[in-house]
Design a binder for this molecule. Structure first.
Ligand code: SF4
Length: 418
Protein backbone atom coordinates (compact mmCIF):
# COMPACT_ATOMS: atom_id res chain seq x y z
CA UNK A 1 0.00 0.00 0.00
CA UNK A 2 1.20 3.49 -0.67
CA UNK A 3 1.71 5.86 2.22
CA UNK A 4 3.11 9.37 2.57
CA UNK A 5 3.65 12.04 5.25
CA UNK A 6 0.83 14.45 6.07
CA UNK A 7 1.32 17.92 4.57
CA UNK A 8 -0.85 19.58 7.22
CA UNK A 9 1.11 18.17 10.16
CA UNK A 10 3.77 20.95 10.25
CA UNK A 11 0.98 23.54 10.49
CA UNK A 12 -0.61 21.65 13.40
CA UNK A 13 2.77 21.53 15.15
CA UNK A 14 3.22 25.25 14.52
CA UNK A 15 -0.18 25.99 16.10
CA UNK A 16 0.67 23.92 19.17
CA UNK A 17 4.11 25.46 19.58
CA UNK A 18 2.57 28.95 19.19
CA UNK A 19 0.34 28.15 22.16
CA UNK A 20 3.35 27.06 24.26
CA UNK A 21 5.40 30.11 23.24
CA UNK A 22 2.57 32.41 24.33
CA UNK A 23 2.26 30.53 27.60
CA UNK A 24 5.99 30.71 28.30
CA UNK A 25 6.02 34.48 28.08
CA UNK A 26 2.55 35.01 29.59
CA UNK A 27 3.66 35.21 33.22
CA UNK A 28 6.52 37.64 32.46
CA UNK A 29 4.17 39.84 30.48
CA UNK A 30 1.73 39.95 33.40
CA UNK A 31 -1.06 38.14 31.54
CA UNK A 32 -3.82 36.44 33.50
CA UNK A 33 -3.39 32.67 33.63
CA UNK A 34 -5.77 29.90 34.70
CA UNK A 35 -5.07 26.23 35.46
CA UNK A 36 -7.59 23.47 35.00
CA UNK A 37 -8.21 20.08 33.42
CA UNK A 38 -8.67 19.83 29.65
CA UNK A 39 -12.41 19.54 30.28
CA UNK A 40 -12.90 23.12 31.39
CA UNK A 41 -14.82 25.39 29.01
CA UNK A 42 -11.75 27.34 28.01
CA UNK A 43 -13.64 28.94 25.15
CA UNK A 44 -14.76 31.22 27.98
CA UNK A 45 -11.15 31.96 28.94
CA UNK A 46 -10.20 32.53 25.32
CA UNK A 47 -13.07 35.01 25.00
CA UNK A 48 -11.66 36.93 27.98
CA UNK A 49 -7.99 36.91 26.86
CA UNK A 50 -6.99 34.59 29.69
CA UNK A 51 -4.17 32.13 29.04
CA UNK A 52 -4.61 28.60 30.35
CA UNK A 53 -2.50 25.61 31.29
CA UNK A 54 -4.46 22.42 30.79
CA UNK A 55 -3.46 19.70 33.20
CA UNK A 56 -3.60 16.62 30.99
CA UNK A 57 -1.67 17.98 27.97
CA UNK A 58 0.87 19.36 30.43
CA UNK A 59 1.15 15.91 32.02
CA UNK A 60 1.72 14.42 28.56
CA UNK A 61 4.53 16.89 27.91
CA UNK A 62 6.18 16.18 31.27
CA UNK A 63 6.13 12.46 30.47
CA UNK A 64 7.18 12.71 26.84
CA UNK A 65 10.09 15.00 27.77
CA UNK A 66 11.37 12.38 30.24
CA UNK A 67 10.88 14.51 33.35
CA UNK A 68 8.51 12.09 35.08
CA UNK A 69 11.27 10.31 37.00
CA UNK A 70 12.01 13.59 38.80
CA UNK A 71 8.51 15.08 39.01
CA UNK A 72 6.44 12.09 40.13
CA UNK A 73 8.46 11.41 43.33
CA UNK A 74 8.24 15.10 44.26
CA UNK A 75 4.43 14.95 44.27
CA UNK A 76 4.47 11.65 46.13
CA UNK A 77 6.89 12.91 48.78
CA UNK A 78 4.55 15.85 49.27
CA UNK A 79 1.75 13.38 50.07
CA UNK A 80 -0.04 12.47 46.84
CA UNK A 81 -0.60 8.74 46.60
CA UNK A 82 0.55 6.78 43.54
CA UNK A 83 -3.12 5.91 43.02
CA UNK A 84 -3.79 9.53 42.17
CA UNK A 85 -4.00 10.45 38.45
CA UNK A 86 -0.52 10.18 36.89
CA UNK A 87 -0.93 13.44 34.96
CA UNK A 88 -1.80 15.27 38.16
CA UNK A 89 1.32 13.95 39.92
CA UNK A 90 3.49 15.14 37.02
CA UNK A 91 1.78 18.53 37.12
CA UNK A 92 2.05 18.94 40.89
CA UNK A 93 5.64 17.67 40.85
CA UNK A 94 6.46 20.25 38.20
CA UNK A 95 5.04 22.99 40.39
CA UNK A 96 6.95 21.76 43.45
CA UNK A 97 10.27 21.38 41.62
CA UNK A 98 9.93 24.65 39.68
CA UNK A 99 10.80 22.69 36.55
CA UNK A 100 8.91 21.36 33.58
CA UNK A 101 8.72 21.20 29.79
CA UNK A 102 8.11 24.97 29.64
CA UNK A 103 10.72 25.74 32.29
CA UNK A 104 8.89 26.94 35.39
CA UNK A 105 5.16 26.17 35.36
CA UNK A 106 3.55 29.55 34.56
CA UNK A 107 1.88 30.68 37.77
CA UNK A 108 -1.92 30.72 37.75
CA UNK A 109 -4.15 33.52 38.99
CA UNK A 110 -7.04 31.11 39.58
CA UNK A 111 -8.08 27.51 39.00
CA UNK A 112 -11.12 25.81 37.58
CA UNK A 113 -12.07 22.19 38.22
CA UNK A 114 -14.77 19.95 36.84
CA UNK A 115 -16.45 17.31 38.95
CA UNK A 116 -17.15 14.92 36.10
CA UNK A 117 -16.86 11.15 35.95
CA UNK A 118 -13.41 11.35 37.56
CA UNK A 119 -12.93 12.60 41.12
CA UNK A 120 -9.22 13.19 40.58
CA UNK A 121 -10.08 16.07 38.26
CA UNK A 122 -11.66 18.02 41.02
CA UNK A 123 -9.26 16.95 43.78
CA UNK A 124 -6.22 17.85 41.66
CA UNK A 125 -7.04 21.51 41.19
CA UNK A 126 -8.66 21.92 44.56
CA UNK A 127 -5.47 20.63 46.20
CA UNK A 128 -3.13 22.75 44.15
CA UNK A 129 -5.26 25.88 44.61
CA UNK A 130 -4.65 25.47 48.35
CA UNK A 131 -0.93 24.85 47.81
CA UNK A 132 -0.50 28.05 45.77
CA UNK A 133 -3.23 29.97 47.58
CA UNK A 134 -5.29 30.96 44.56
CA UNK A 135 -9.10 31.04 44.13
CA UNK A 136 -10.78 27.93 42.81
CA UNK A 137 -14.15 27.17 41.22
CA UNK A 138 -15.50 23.69 40.44
CA UNK A 139 -18.22 22.91 37.93
CA UNK A 140 -20.27 19.89 38.95
CA UNK A 141 -21.60 17.58 36.23
CA UNK A 142 -24.62 15.41 36.94
CA UNK A 143 -24.49 11.67 36.47
CA UNK A 144 -26.99 10.74 33.77
CA UNK A 145 -27.17 7.03 34.45
CA UNK A 146 -30.45 6.59 32.67
CA UNK A 147 -31.56 9.30 30.34
CA UNK A 148 -30.44 12.91 29.96
CA UNK A 149 -33.21 15.41 30.65
CA UNK A 150 -33.78 19.15 30.63
CA UNK A 151 -33.03 19.36 34.37
CA UNK A 152 -29.48 18.09 33.76
CA UNK A 153 -28.82 20.84 31.21
CA UNK A 154 -30.33 23.51 33.47
CA UNK A 155 -28.19 22.30 36.37
CA UNK A 156 -24.93 22.60 34.44
CA UNK A 157 -25.96 25.87 32.84
CA UNK A 158 -26.63 27.48 36.22
CA UNK A 159 -23.14 26.56 37.33
CA UNK A 160 -21.61 27.96 34.16
CA UNK A 161 -23.39 31.24 34.92
CA UNK A 162 -21.73 31.20 38.34
CA UNK A 163 -18.42 30.33 36.74
CA UNK A 164 -18.67 33.45 34.55
CA UNK A 165 -19.37 35.53 37.67
CA UNK A 166 -16.38 33.95 39.40
CA UNK A 167 -13.99 34.65 36.49
CA UNK A 168 -15.30 38.20 36.11
CA UNK A 169 -14.85 38.77 39.84
CA UNK A 170 -11.30 37.35 40.00
CA UNK A 171 -10.06 39.08 36.84
CA UNK A 172 -12.13 42.30 37.17
CA UNK A 173 -13.00 41.87 33.49
CA UNK A 174 -16.38 41.74 31.84
CA UNK A 175 -17.17 38.93 29.44
CA UNK A 176 -18.17 40.19 25.99
CA UNK A 177 -21.00 37.88 25.00
CA UNK A 178 -20.32 38.01 21.27
CA UNK A 179 -16.74 36.86 21.80
CA UNK A 180 -18.02 33.87 23.77
CA UNK A 181 -20.60 33.08 21.06
CA UNK A 182 -17.85 33.17 18.40
CA UNK A 183 -15.47 31.00 20.45
CA UNK A 184 -18.12 28.36 21.18
CA UNK A 185 -19.20 28.21 17.52
CA UNK A 186 -15.54 27.79 16.53
CA UNK A 187 -15.15 25.04 19.14
CA UNK A 188 -18.17 23.22 17.76
CA UNK A 189 -16.93 23.50 14.17
CA UNK A 190 -13.60 22.08 15.28
CA UNK A 191 -15.32 19.10 16.94
CA UNK A 192 -17.32 18.43 13.77
CA UNK A 193 -14.17 18.55 11.65
CA UNK A 194 -12.30 16.27 14.03
CA UNK A 195 -15.15 13.74 13.97
CA UNK A 196 -15.24 13.84 10.16
CA UNK A 197 -11.47 13.31 10.01
CA UNK A 198 -11.67 10.29 12.31
CA UNK A 199 -14.68 8.84 10.52
CA UNK A 200 -12.58 8.59 7.36
CA UNK A 201 -10.85 5.72 9.19
CA UNK A 202 -13.90 3.54 8.49
CA UNK A 203 -12.36 3.18 5.05
CA UNK A 204 -10.10 0.20 4.31
CA UNK A 205 -7.22 1.02 4.38
CA UNK A 206 -7.53 3.80 6.93
CA UNK A 207 -5.96 7.08 5.76
CA UNK A 208 -4.70 7.81 9.27
CA UNK A 209 -4.12 5.65 12.32
CA UNK A 210 -4.28 6.09 16.08
CA UNK A 211 -0.66 7.24 16.24
CA UNK A 212 -1.41 9.99 13.69
CA UNK A 213 -4.60 10.85 15.56
CA UNK A 214 -2.80 11.39 18.87
CA UNK A 215 -0.24 13.63 17.13
CA UNK A 216 -2.90 15.61 15.32
CA UNK A 217 -5.28 16.10 18.21
CA UNK A 218 -2.87 18.22 20.26
CA UNK A 219 -3.80 21.52 18.61
CA UNK A 220 -7.49 20.54 18.53
CA UNK A 221 -7.32 20.17 22.30
CA UNK A 222 -5.19 23.21 23.09
CA UNK A 223 -6.79 25.65 20.68
CA UNK A 224 -10.45 24.81 20.91
CA UNK A 225 -12.40 27.98 20.18
CA UNK A 226 -9.88 29.54 17.80
CA UNK A 227 -10.66 30.29 14.16
CA UNK A 228 -7.13 29.40 13.13
CA UNK A 229 -7.62 25.88 14.50
CA UNK A 230 -10.88 25.52 12.53
CA UNK A 231 -9.13 26.56 9.31
CA UNK A 232 -6.20 24.21 9.91
CA UNK A 233 -8.39 21.17 10.64
CA UNK A 234 -10.54 21.98 7.58
CA UNK A 235 -7.30 21.73 5.57
CA UNK A 236 -6.45 18.45 7.32
CA UNK A 237 -9.89 17.05 6.46
CA UNK A 238 -9.36 17.98 2.80
CA UNK A 239 -6.01 16.23 2.87
CA UNK A 240 -7.45 13.11 4.50
CA UNK A 241 -10.25 12.97 1.89
CA UNK A 242 -7.68 13.35 -0.86
CA UNK A 243 -5.73 10.43 0.62
CA UNK A 244 -8.93 8.40 0.62
CA UNK A 245 -9.47 9.10 -3.06
CA UNK A 246 -5.92 8.20 -3.96
CA UNK A 247 -5.89 5.11 -1.71
CA UNK A 248 -3.06 6.43 0.48
CA UNK A 249 -2.84 4.35 3.65
CA UNK A 250 -1.48 5.23 7.07
CA UNK A 251 1.00 2.34 7.02
CA UNK A 252 2.60 0.09 4.39
CA UNK A 253 0.48 -2.87 5.58
CA UNK A 254 -2.90 -3.06 7.26
CA UNK A 255 -3.16 -6.77 7.98
CA UNK A 256 -5.35 -6.23 11.02
CA UNK A 257 -7.38 -3.15 11.93
CA UNK A 258 -7.44 -2.59 15.67
CA UNK A 259 -9.39 -0.71 18.24
CA UNK A 260 -6.98 0.82 20.78
CA UNK A 261 -8.55 1.50 24.14
CA UNK A 262 -7.30 4.15 26.55
CA UNK A 263 -4.37 6.58 26.59
CA UNK A 264 -1.03 5.29 25.26
CA UNK A 265 2.18 5.20 27.31
CA UNK A 266 3.69 8.55 26.39
CA UNK A 267 7.15 7.42 27.53
CA UNK A 268 7.07 4.47 25.13
CA UNK A 269 6.23 5.91 21.69
CA UNK A 270 7.71 2.87 19.92
CA UNK A 271 4.50 0.97 20.77
CA UNK A 272 2.91 1.92 17.46
CA UNK A 273 6.02 1.31 15.38
CA UNK A 274 6.23 -2.17 16.86
CA UNK A 275 2.60 -2.82 16.01
CA UNK A 276 3.06 -1.38 12.53
CA UNK A 277 5.99 -3.74 11.90
CA UNK A 278 3.56 -6.61 12.54
CA UNK A 279 0.92 -5.07 10.25
CA UNK A 280 -1.34 -4.41 13.25
CA UNK A 281 -2.76 -0.92 12.88
CA UNK A 282 -4.89 0.72 15.57
CA UNK A 283 -7.32 2.91 13.64
CA UNK A 284 -10.03 3.83 16.14
CA UNK A 285 -10.20 4.75 19.82
CA UNK A 286 -12.66 6.33 22.21
CA UNK A 287 -9.74 8.43 23.46
CA UNK A 288 -9.40 10.38 20.21
CA UNK A 289 -13.12 10.27 19.34
CA UNK A 290 -13.97 12.02 22.60
CA UNK A 291 -12.75 15.28 21.06
CA UNK A 292 -15.30 15.06 18.27
CA UNK A 293 -19.00 15.91 18.36
CA UNK A 294 -20.16 12.33 18.06
CA UNK A 295 -20.44 10.74 21.51
CA UNK A 296 -24.14 10.06 21.05
CA UNK A 297 -23.81 8.41 17.65
CA UNK A 298 -23.92 4.91 19.04
CA UNK A 299 -25.80 5.61 22.22
CA UNK A 300 -28.79 3.55 23.24
CA UNK A 301 -30.63 6.67 24.44
CA UNK A 302 -34.02 7.34 22.87
CA UNK A 303 -34.26 9.91 20.11
CA UNK A 304 -35.91 12.63 22.27
CA UNK A 305 -32.84 12.59 24.56
CA UNK A 306 -30.52 12.85 21.60
CA UNK A 307 -32.60 15.70 20.17
CA UNK A 308 -32.53 17.49 23.51
CA UNK A 309 -28.75 17.38 23.53
CA UNK A 310 -28.25 18.21 19.86
CA UNK A 311 -26.29 21.30 18.91
CA UNK A 312 -28.23 24.54 18.23
CA UNK A 313 -26.34 27.57 16.94
CA UNK A 314 -26.31 30.05 19.85
CA UNK A 315 -26.77 33.78 19.37
CA UNK A 316 -26.72 35.07 22.95
CA UNK A 317 -24.47 34.52 25.94
CA UNK A 318 -27.20 32.54 27.72
CA UNK A 319 -27.76 30.25 24.73
CA UNK A 320 -24.03 29.78 24.49
CA UNK A 321 -23.73 28.61 28.08
CA UNK A 322 -26.58 26.18 27.36
CA UNK A 323 -24.59 24.78 24.41
CA UNK A 324 -21.51 24.34 26.63
CA UNK A 325 -23.71 22.55 29.20
CA UNK A 326 -25.07 20.21 26.52
CA UNK A 327 -21.57 19.54 25.25
CA UNK A 328 -20.46 18.59 28.77
CA UNK A 329 -23.32 16.11 29.10
CA UNK A 330 -22.85 14.68 25.58
CA UNK A 331 -19.16 14.19 26.23
CA UNK A 332 -19.60 12.32 29.50
CA UNK A 333 -22.62 10.26 28.93
CA UNK A 334 -20.68 7.29 27.59
CA UNK A 335 -18.58 7.12 30.73
CA UNK A 336 -21.53 6.99 33.04
CA UNK A 337 -22.87 3.53 32.41
CA UNK A 338 -21.71 0.18 31.13
CA UNK A 339 -24.65 -0.18 28.70
CA UNK A 340 -23.59 3.13 27.08
CA UNK A 341 -20.02 1.92 26.75
CA UNK A 342 -21.01 -1.45 25.29
CA UNK A 343 -23.32 0.18 22.80
CA UNK A 344 -20.61 2.66 21.80
CA UNK A 345 -17.83 0.10 21.41
CA UNK A 346 -20.13 -2.27 19.52
CA UNK A 347 -20.89 0.54 17.05
CA UNK A 348 -17.18 1.25 16.60
CA UNK A 349 -16.34 -2.42 16.05
CA UNK A 350 -18.99 -2.68 13.34
CA UNK A 351 -18.47 0.60 11.51
CA UNK A 352 -14.69 0.64 11.62
CA UNK A 353 -14.52 -3.05 10.71
CA UNK A 354 -12.02 -3.96 13.37
CA UNK A 355 -10.23 -7.29 13.44
CA UNK A 356 -9.02 -7.10 17.03
CA UNK A 357 -8.68 -4.82 20.04
CA UNK A 358 -6.01 -3.79 22.52
CA UNK A 359 -7.09 -2.63 25.96
CA UNK A 360 -4.59 -0.64 27.97
CA UNK A 361 -5.57 -1.23 31.56
CA UNK A 362 -4.22 2.12 32.62
CA UNK A 363 -3.43 2.61 36.33
CA UNK A 364 -2.82 6.30 35.67
CA UNK A 365 -6.37 7.04 34.53
CA UNK A 366 -8.86 4.84 36.30
CA UNK A 367 -11.68 6.80 34.73
CA UNK A 368 -10.95 5.74 31.17
CA UNK A 369 -10.18 2.22 32.37
CA UNK A 370 -13.58 1.69 34.00
CA UNK A 371 -15.46 -1.29 32.61
CA UNK A 372 -12.54 -2.32 30.39
CA UNK A 373 -12.78 -6.05 31.11
CA UNK A 374 -16.52 -6.11 30.47
CA UNK A 375 -16.10 -4.20 27.22
CA UNK A 376 -13.16 -6.40 26.16
CA UNK A 377 -15.13 -9.58 26.80
CA UNK A 378 -18.18 -8.18 25.00
CA UNK A 379 -16.17 -7.32 21.87
CA UNK A 380 -14.43 -10.71 21.87
CA UNK A 381 -17.64 -12.68 22.25
CA UNK A 382 -19.89 -10.56 20.06
CA UNK A 383 -17.48 -9.99 17.17
CA UNK A 384 -15.30 -13.11 17.53
CA UNK A 385 -12.08 -11.12 17.42
CA UNK A 386 -8.79 -11.45 19.33
CA UNK A 387 -8.50 -9.20 22.35
CA UNK A 388 -5.35 -8.21 24.20
CA UNK A 389 -5.41 -6.58 27.66
CA UNK A 390 -2.21 -5.32 29.27
CA UNK A 391 -1.44 -3.26 32.36
CA UNK A 392 0.64 -0.13 32.51
CA UNK A 393 0.38 3.60 33.14
CA UNK A 394 0.12 6.43 30.62
CA UNK A 395 2.46 8.79 32.46
CA UNK A 396 4.44 6.84 35.03
CA UNK A 397 7.11 4.59 33.49
CA UNK A 398 8.26 3.15 36.80
CA UNK A 399 5.99 0.10 36.71
CA UNK A 400 6.30 -0.57 32.98
CA UNK A 401 7.64 -4.03 32.23
CA UNK A 402 8.93 -3.86 28.66
CA UNK A 403 9.69 -7.55 28.36
CA UNK A 404 6.22 -8.56 29.48
CA UNK A 405 4.66 -5.96 27.18
CA UNK A 406 6.59 -7.17 24.13
CA UNK A 407 5.86 -10.83 24.75
CA UNK A 408 2.16 -9.97 25.15
CA UNK A 409 2.19 -8.17 21.80
CA UNK A 410 3.90 -11.12 20.13
CA UNK A 411 1.27 -13.52 21.42
CA UNK A 412 -1.51 -11.19 20.30
CA UNK A 413 0.05 -10.83 16.82
CA UNK A 414 0.19 -14.62 16.47
CA UNK A 415 -3.58 -14.77 16.89
CA UNK A 416 -3.81 -13.05 13.48
CA UNK A 417 -1.32 -15.49 12.09
CA UNK A 418 0.89 -12.66 10.84
S1 SF4 B 1 -7.52 10.14 36.07
FE1 SF4 B 1 -7.95 10.38 33.87
S2 SF4 B 1 -9.87 11.52 33.73
FE2 SF4 B 1 -9.07 11.74 35.85
S3 SF4 B 1 -7.87 13.64 35.83
FE3 SF4 B 1 -6.46 11.98 35.38
S4 SF4 B 1 -6.41 11.82 33.13
FE4 SF4 B 1 -8.20 13.05 33.68
Amino acid sequence: MITEPFKTYPKIKELASGYFTTLRSAAEEGKTIAWGPALIPYELLRAMDIEYVLGEPYGVMCTASGLGAELLPAAEEYGFTTRFCAYSRNFIGSYLKGRGPLGKLPQADFMIGVRADCNDHVAWFEAISKMVDRPYFAVDLPKCYKQPAERHIAYVQSQLERLVEFVEHVTKRKLEEQRLVDAVINAHQLRVLWREILECCKNVPAPLNFKNQTSFMIAAVLLKGSKEAVDTYATLLDEVKDRLQRGVASAPEEKARLLWDNIPMWYYPQTFRLLEEKGLIPIVSLYTLLWGDNPLTYSQYPQPSKDLLSWQVPTTGKETLREIAKEFIRGHIIMNSLPSKLSFYGGLARDYRIDGAIFHSNWGCKNLSLGRLDVARYLGEEFHIPIHVFESCMADPRGFNEEEFLSGLDAFARSFDV
